[in-house]
Design a protein around this ligand. Structure first.
Ligand SMILES: [Zn+2]
Length: 66
């Protein structure tokens, strides 16, 4: 099967338009972030709302510590 190829709007890299390319049309999370909010968005860690299967985010113990 031929994957459709798109170009990353940020860096012009070729990105295969497949379910695995979760950042499409961007080549990576980084490019998507840059496009969405600029560098300011890097202030906070991006917590993907739809995490990949089987990956449970590590809880941050330092936050819950009262
Ligand atoms: Zn890119």
């Amino acid at each position: 099967m031929n994957a459709r190829i798109v170009k990353c709007p940020q860096c012009n890299a070729e990105v295969a338009w497949t379910p695995e390319s979760k950042w499409r049309p961007f080549c990576s999370e980084r490019c998507k972030i840059i496009d969405l909010g600029g560098w300011a968005s890097e202030r906070y860690r991006i917590e993907t709302p739809d995490a990949p299967d089987g990956v449970s985010g590590p809880s941050d113990p330092s936050r819950d510590d009262s």
